[in-house]
Ligand binder design. Structure first.
Ligand code: CA
Length: 219
């Protein structure tokens, strides 16, 4: 998933960015509201982490604008300990969750995962399809009860496909999920990883929809 982090405090911003990246997500960090607005227009983020007190205004205004425009992308607000009013206003403005600074980074990662699952319509960390079971929280994949080891990139791609069974996921959407791993995305990167997934999981599982993307189908 690609995450937009709007946080102007340098050390906190960097710590959050690294931790969310380690959890397997791509992170874009901006320090100002106007940059956040531009990023939201340009990129299909899976989730937004939003500080409220920013150099050029209030994160609350950005959140209200998003919701007024029908933008339902999940937002977790990051607030200061003594600002109870901020938390209430944030939730009333359409935030999905909040965290109070200073927060534990593992708790942040768990909340990011939980909010993203709810937004995708499935709050369970375990996704199953036929005899395949993917446990996001335990980072474990099984087929027919047998454990299969995946690389971080293979995992990210399979997770995207499994969360939308029978739907076509575009190559671009899958590329978005790989940006966090730093390396350049070549034009055939997704094909290479899908081919490795087929070797590990069986070649019948992932269907290529030529020119459109990939689909994971129930047997
Ligand atoms: Ca701030």
């Amino acid at each position: 998933m690609r995450v937009l982090l709007v946080e102007d405090e340098p050390s906190l911003g960097q710590a959050v960015e690294e931790h969310i990246r380690d959890a397997g997500h791509a992170v874009d960090r901006v320090l100002r509201l106007d940059d956040a607005e531009a990023a939201l227009r340009a990129v299909d983020y899976g989730l937004v982490l939003l500080d409220l007190h920013l150099p050029d205004g209030s994160g609350l205004d950005l959140l209200r604008t998003m919701r007024r425009q029908g933008d339902v992308r999940p937002v977790i607000i990051l607030t200061a300990r003594d600002q109870i009013r901020d938390r209430i206003d944030g939730l009333n403005a359409g935030a999905d969750d909040y965290l109070v600074k200073p927060f534990d980074l593992d708790e942040l990662a768990a909340r990011v995962a939980a909010v993203a699952r709810r937004a995708a319509g499935n709050p369970s960390p375990i996704v199953t399809l036929d005899d395949i079971e993917l446990n996001q929280a335990a980072r474990e994949l099984k087929r027919g009860g047998k454990r299969i080891d995946l690389t971080q990139r293979e995992w990210a791609i399979l997770d995207q496909l499994l969360r939308r069974p029978n739907a076509v996921v575009s190559k671009e959407q899958l590329e978005e999920t790989l940006y966090s791993f730093g390396a350049e995305i070549e034009s055939n990167t997704i094909e290479v990883h899908v081919s490795r997934l087929r070797k590990k999981l069986g070649k019948d599982l992932i269907t290529t929809i030529r020119g459109v993307g990939y689909r994971l189908e129930r047997a």
